[in-house]
Design a protein around this ligand. Structure first.
Ligand code: CUA
Length: 305
């Protein structure tokens, strides 16, 4: 999450402001340190040297007032103009709606009718408009390598217009303290070329295929008849809960628990049976399942792509 290694247009602007301020700060440091050394070696001026008094007071006015004022003005102009540039509305953007939740991110693409969670796929080079809101408390959407942070505020939709310029996987993080698991409210942005992105969209638009093996079929049975279905949706099945993340593409997602652990069968089994041991305080209750049932649900969920 190094903001000095930008992969997006907004982050590149922010990084240049950082470098300008760093450069000015370094120059001021060198000059001031230089004068300290000069003063130390030159020693006190002789008594009664009136010419030197006038020279020194001009020096104080220029070096102590005018130059700092000019530097601060420059920083102000650069900051304000960058802030304004960051607010430029995107032209013909791809709209992505993101809802901050305790403690994960609901992601949907209204134009494409796609719903997912914690993993945002975007095409490189295309302007993006992220619509941000929350269904509970204030969160803040921040991908340091891509753009500035924008808060999600209850009852209000904020916009973040941005563009990714380099393909890659970027980690994002909730940047506003929102309770117990604020630290584990991460997400990833997967930036890929247009063809790969469109292939992803097409795959997401199809409902997941039915179970292809006996164990997966049993897993589906267990999932729709247990408490899972009350909170989660798997498209094409009776599971249509909306409290927790949509699971229709869970097998294709890289992480579990909003960026907490890798999506592996072992981690998924642990998550289902005892998610509190991975992310204490998260709002998913433990699901009491027999070992075979848990294995079947894991096999089914990992098959959803
Ligand atoms: Cu959500 Cu901090």
């Amino acid at each position: 999450m190094n903001l000095l290694d930008p992969g997006g247009a907004n982050a590149a602007r922010i990084a240049s402001v950082w470098w300008i301020i760093f450069g000015l700060g370094a120059a001021v440091y060198v000059v001031v340190a230089g004068f300290v050394l000069v003063a130390a070696f030159r020693g006190r001026r002789r008594r009664g040297d009136t010419e030197a008094v006038g020279r020194d007071s001009a020096f104080i006015w220029i070096g102590g007032v005018l130059v700092p004022a000019a530097i601060l003005m420059l920083v102000a102009v650069v900051t304000v103009s960058t802030t304004r540039a960051l607010r430029q509305p995107a032209k013909d953007p791809l709209t992505i709606s993101v809802v901050g939740k305790r403690w994960w991110w609901a992601v949907s693409y209204p134009g494409e009718r796609i719903t997912t969670a914690n993993e945002i796929h975007v095409p490189v080079g295309r302007p993006l408009r992220i619509e941000l809101t929350t269904s509970d408390v204030i969160h803040s959407f921040w991908v340091p390598q891509l753009s500035q942070k924008v808060d999600t505020i209850p009852g209000q939709v904020n916009h973040l217009d941005m563009k990714v310029t380099k393909p890659g996987i970027y980690r994002g993080q909730c940047a506003e303290y929102c309770g117990l698991e604020h630290a584990r409210m991460a997400f990833i942005v997967v930036a890929e070329d247009t063809t790969t992105f469109e292939r992803w969209v097409a795959r997401e638009q199809r409902p997941p295929g039915g179970p292809s093996a006996e164990q997966e079929a049993r897993g589906q049975q267990v999932l729709v008849s247990s408490s899972c279905a009350g909170c989660h949706t798997v498209r094409g099945t009776p599971a249509d809960g909306t409290l927790g993340p949509d699971l229709s593409d869970l097998g294709s997602r890289r992480m579990l628990g909003a960026g907490t652990v890798d999506n592996t069968p072992d981690n998924l089994r642990r998550w289902i049976t005892d998610s509190q041991s991975i992310k204490p305080g998260n709002l998913m209750p433990p699901v009491p399942l027999s070992r075979d049932d848990a294995d079947a649900v894991v096999a089914y969920l990992e098959s959803l792509k």
